[in-house]
Design a protein. Sequence first.
Length: 357
Amino acid sequence: MASSASALRVLLLVVLALASCASAAAAVAARTPPLANGLSFEFYKATCPQAESIVFNFLQDAVRNDVGLAAALVRIHFHDCFVQGCDGSVLLDKTGSTDSEKIAPPNVTLRPTAFKAINDLRALLAKACGAVVSCADIAALAARDSVQLAGGPHYPVPLGRRDGLTPANLTTILGALPRPTSNVTTLLSFLAKISLDADDLVALSGAHTLGIAHCVSFEERLFPTQDPTMDKWFAGQLKLTCPALNITNTTNNDIRTPNVFDNKYYLDLLNRQGLFTSDQDMHTDGRTKPTVTKFAVDQAAFFDQYVFSVIKMGQINVLTGNQGQIRNDCSAPNAASSSNDELPWSVLETVAETLAL
Ligand code: HEM
């Protein structure tokens, strides 16, 4: 009798677990934003079916060796998409008199290891499938896998982005990437330009659950006077790392679990231990505070909104179809004679059709 009751209990638990898995999966599916024209989840199904596993397997080893690489890749995708759309333009090096986006102040702390990982991935993908996977898609996939490898959610990435031909100029970059000194009003005005809202802001800023920041990114909260909205103990800790202005040291973005993609960043904010004004003000401003509070106690709600918002971010002003190119080297546009630029597939198809006639 006792054993059949416990068997029933186990069965009930299994049913409940299955039901909650099903509803979680449904929730993620239901919360996927609309796809941009030209992008699809199965874009490389025919041309490079192993693309996603190549990226994941490479990053699994690479992130095991250097956990900071995950943070760096997540940030590169953000800096790519906010500026001139997700076109891989942030990956370009200086060519001739055209400056790279990398020298713009917000980009100088993007990590060389992450640029190298993207180029290494491009080489692996080209070896397996030819030059079909764009650098912008590699950046999006690498950011997705980094989140997962750090303990965060897995999500589907719409694919089919093409690579831009030119980097953005400094004015465009500064007008697109908000500063860490920004308050919520400024942040929302930057995000509104690319159709992102307050929920997107709170969820995407949750990527600060990973990675590091240099003293210069938050020192104005310590000197000459300490920001009264910052927890005093936390400020004292930061001053140990950054004892004066212009120190080149770094500290973790998330004081609680710096290498895990979780919701502890929001707990930091509740405790007034957010690193940047742009982080902490989200717990002061009425438009964002309720969401910060919710995510601090409900990691599933954070993951759900992060997935929705990052898929949305990953589709900002994408180049598709015959626009742009598939770069042969993520850090340089193709030479003018490259077949990837000159002969888009539609042209090849037209030629083939003509010959068949
Ligand atoms: C909303 C406005 C944002 C501002 C003002 C901002 C600002 C910053 C700053 C100043 C740093 C530190 C740079 C340094 O000193 O080395 C940083 C790091 C980072 N940011 Fe943001 N960020 C924002 C949004 C985002 C978003 C949307 C993401 C990704 C979805 C993101 C992901 C990261 C990551 C992962 C790091 C750590 C990078 C590393 O360790 O290499 N940030 N951010």
